[in-house]
Design a protein around this ligand. Sequence first.
Ligand SMILES: [Zn+2]
Length: 430
Amino acid sequence: MRRRGSIFLTVAVLCAAGLAAMPAGAAAAGTAQPTEWREVFSPDGTVTRVEIPKQAEGPAAFADVRAAAASEVTALQETGPSASRFDVVIVGDGYTASEMGLLRQHAQSKWNEIADTAPWNTYRQSINVWLVNVVSNESGVDNDPSQGVNRDTALDMYFNCGGIERLLCLNESKAKEYAAQAPEADAILAVGNSATYGGAGYPSLATVSGGNAQAGRIAIHELGHSVGGLADEYYTPGTAYTGGEPKEPNVTTDPSGSKWASYLGLSTPDGGVIGAYQGGHQYERGIYRPSQDSLMRNIDKPFNLIGLAAMEGAISSRTGGTPNPDPGPGGACTGHETSYTGSLTGGGSVYEPDGGSFDAGAGTHHACLSGPSGSNFSLSLLYWNGTTWQTVAISGSGGTLTYNGVGGYYTYQVRSVSGSGSYTLGYTTP
Ligand SMILES: [Zn+2]
């Protein structure tokens, strides 16, 4: 049965969010059916929420547990022992025994898309990526390409979840059972054997269409929730927040934005400057977000500075702090084409080279900053977009920075978040 709003939903791409069971709406006919909220991604990158009937899920049966235990785990990349690495685990669904090569190809393309996005790009060499070769009896997922198509797959993935066409759900318990075969799981991604644009977010994992080139952005947004502990920065018009100060780092009830005081006024990769913009965490009024339009509001945008810092904190807490330098040319702190030294006092900042900028071709920028011990110095790369200097990449304290950009004018900003002393900046231009 088609409901009002289904025309909109057919052009939307969907994904799930927090799964708190909600009482059925007053308009529900008769039975009080539990519902849950799901995120709905539109083709223009914006996000909204819808309420769907709670999806029933049986526990993983003994046969599933046994099948999971027998599945093969391979590394897409292994950079070191899991004790000092962030471990991403990818499981697949709807891939038969003869399609393990296709699963690997899909998993690699999703990881590449995540790894190209800041701050994952900075930590690429501090992350292990495990692929669990989950074998399904049949190829593809349910309700794809059309409703009513049923397939026997290991994780029970299906589109049209809750009646929403491109919401890609699965059996979360089974997915976790398979993911547990990897040495460690700091984040779990489930890829489905489908070319249809779609995905979903669960408390413990994200799903994404393995064969769709754009769907990876959904996973990057969901990892913002599950890894960075970030709140959404979009809102439902006509709603007001009345609760206490949220625990998430990127929303606040304080209209001055003092929660992220040290960032106020800085230009942010998603455009504009960090401030306190009304609306976020699903509510239009009574709550504020750090920037106009970050990845937590529009999946086509980068994280804002607050989101970057939260993601870096979460990833680096698993990797021992400082990212491993990129092994590529110019990736390490030494050996760059160009290097500058200077000194800063606490809270100070400077642009390099020498208060000016440099001209670069299209390609990848590599940089590294070393500061005095005990200090927290950060490095940002800014791009002249014709109107203003826009921050396009930021490193962690003492970390490396890589950025793949268009040709044009760039400058590095070295900033002391805390501490003072001398620094060395090295960079290589494309
Ligand atoms: Zn979200």
